[in-house]
Design a protein around this ligand. Structure first.
Ligand code: GAL
Length: 535
């Protein structure tokens, strides 16, 4: 169990680097993540590579005994590169092209950008892949952040058609699967199909659903390209990516399958403010975050990480990006750090070493203030470092509950929710909270994970039941809890055969003939045998 920090040497005068490195090491930090936003300094003009400053930064950190996590800089391509390939920009759902001037300004479906990204990752990996101090790699930064997975660009349309052709083979099969006879939506050829944007009214949910699957596969492709390069040029160095909180725009299980370990970015206060929590909860947990927030993500990402997961970015004080940005209560930074270790994290890395006095994140705390004084988060990190050196920590025992979550389950409902506030991930989180309130340890796993050994298997929302899952459940001796709409849809999102719960009927001999959705706050009496309750 080690501490880390995110550091941006390119943002500070070189005269500070050695002192920064010394103070990091003194504070008890062992890992430093660098590089992920530095492309304009690495390659200020096309083909003109300036590695020397990064060499010096790496060596300075290494001399202080720090290990480096090198980030590939593909989340922030420089202006000249965008000008060279104007069609690398993504297009939003309203058909507007997104512009240069912040970050993540690229389309996962742009082949031109994929090649540029491949080029810079190869060069970077050749330069640092075998450096003894560069002991791990991070691909890109937070795939999907700022809603960048779904694009309505010509590139996305072109690649979506290829994807559909590969999936369905014949256009008749697609027409049948999507139910395109409805409203004369039939296509004569894959080349006629567009992204599901700007239709007059709701586009066909099957169209949207397949588009979500396609867009997710584009993220997998982009990440895999980088991982393959790093495996070749940085042998033996684990490769990671930093996933986000409460984020479902791509299939994290599929991306994680290509990584050695999963990292995730923990911002408990920002998350409380920006997500579904009610007013009372937002006030109650104002300075602590929701008590199940971090644990939920630890358990989710541990469930898809081959090696122990990391917290790649930990909130050290107020963030800048929520509607309101309170300071954590004293002791929370320390508590969040210990909580991560207790859930099996190997490293907790704070974002960031020093607050930047310029640009977008001026209002985001670091471990140090902009004038280089240790801030309260820094003091708490130092306290954890000191405690780590003497407190023995037992690794957690296997959990007794498997909580099943698949990303497709979220997309299936988003494509046709029926009720405005039906949100599978939220439901999974609420089940998680209920289980934690019973003091149960929970593994959050995909439907294809082995389920043997669990005492209870909880499936809050799995509209499409994948092959093999029913069989796993039938063979399981666990107590099984199925939530609403499980088994309600077939593969392309039509109503399950024989009515819901479709393939689960063998386990649960019922037929759901009608579903309704009600406004928030309305409850109904439920009688189940002797049990009376409300839903
Ligand atoms: C993360 C991101 C960081 C930084 C941070 C601020 O989403 O990876 O680069 O922007 O948020 O909280």
């Amino acid at each position: 169990m080690q501490l880390g920090v995110c550091y941006y040497p390119e943002q500070w005068p070189e005269s500070l680097w050695a002192d920064d490195a010394r103070r990091m090491a003194e504070l008890g930090i062992r890992k430093v993540r660098i590089g992920e936003f530095a492309w304009s300094r690495i390659e200020p003009h096309p083909g003109e590579l300036r590695w020397e400053w990064l060499d010096r930064a790496v060596d300075t950190l290494a001399r202080a005994g720090l290990e480096i996590v090198m980030g590939t800089p593909t989340a922030t391509p420089p202006k000249w590169l965008v000008d060279k390939h104007p069609d690398m920009l993504a297009v939003d759902a309203q058909g507007r092209e997104r512009r240069f001037g912040s970050r993540r300004h690229y389309d996962f479906s742009s082949d031109a950008y994929l090649e540029e990204a491949r080029r810079i990752v190869i060069l970077q990996a050749q330069r640092y892949g075998r450096h003894p101090a560069v002991t791990a790699w991070q691909t890109d930064n937070e795939y999907g952040c700022h809603f960048t997975v779904l694009s309505g660009s010509a590139n996305a349309a072109r690649r979506f058609r290829l994807w559909l052709r590969a999936r369905y083979g014949a256009i008749e099969r697609l027409n049948a699967a999507w139910g395109n006879v409805f409203w004369s939506q039939e296509y004569r050829d894959f080349d006629e199909i567009d992204t599901p944007h700007l239709t007059v009214t709701e586009s066909n949910p099957a169209h949207r659903f397949d588009f979500r699957r396609f867009a997710s596969d584009e993220v997998v492709r982009f990440n895999r390209m980088q991982v393959e390069i790093l495996r070749e040029h940085a042998p033996g160095r684990p490769v990671s990516h930093n996933f986000m909180l409460f984020f479902t725009e791509f299939d994290h299980h599929k991306v994680a399958a290509d990584l050695d370990f999963v990292g995730w970015d923990s911002y408990p206060l920002g998350a409380l403010e920006m997500f579904w929590f009610g007013e009372a909860e937002k006030r109650r947990w104002l300075r602590t975050g929701h008590p199940d927030f971090a644990a939920f993500h630890h358990d989710l990402y541990r469930g898809m990480s081959r090696e122990p997961f990391w917290v790649m970015e930990q909130q050290p004080g107020p963030v800048n990006w929520a509607h309101w940005n309170p300071s954590p209560k004293e002791g929370m930074v320390r508590l969040w750090t210990w909580e991560a270790f207790a859930h099996g994290a190997d490293v907790v890395s704070y974002f960031r070493w020093r607050q930047a006095p310029f640009a977008q994140e001026q209002m985001h705390a670091g471990l140090n203030t902009p004038d280089n004084q240790l801030d309260s988060g820094g003091f708490e990190a130092a306290q954890v470092a000191e405690e780590l050196s003497r407190v023995p920590v037992l690794r957690s025992q296997p959990a007794s509950v498997a909580l099943v979550f698949d990303y497709e389950a979220q997309w299936a409902v988003e494509a046709q929710p029926q009720g405005a506030d039906y949100h599978p991930l939220q439901l999974v989180f609420e089940y998680y909270s209920a289980l934690r309130a019973l003091s149960l340890d929970v593994d959050i796993v995909p439907a294809h994970a082995p389920l043997a050994g669990y005492a209870m298997v909880v499936v809050p929302a799995l509209a499409i039941v994948p092959d093999g899952f029913v069989q796993q459940l039938s063979q399981s001796t666990a107590q099984i809890v199925l939530g609403p709409r499980c088994g309600s849809k077939a593969e392309a999102l039509s109503i399950a055969e024989g009515l819901p719960p479709g393939p689960l009927r063998g386990l649960m001999p019922i037929r759901v003939r009608r579903v309704e959705s009600l406004r928030p706050g309305i409850t109904e009496r439920v009688v189940l045998g002797e049990h009376h309750g409300e839903c």
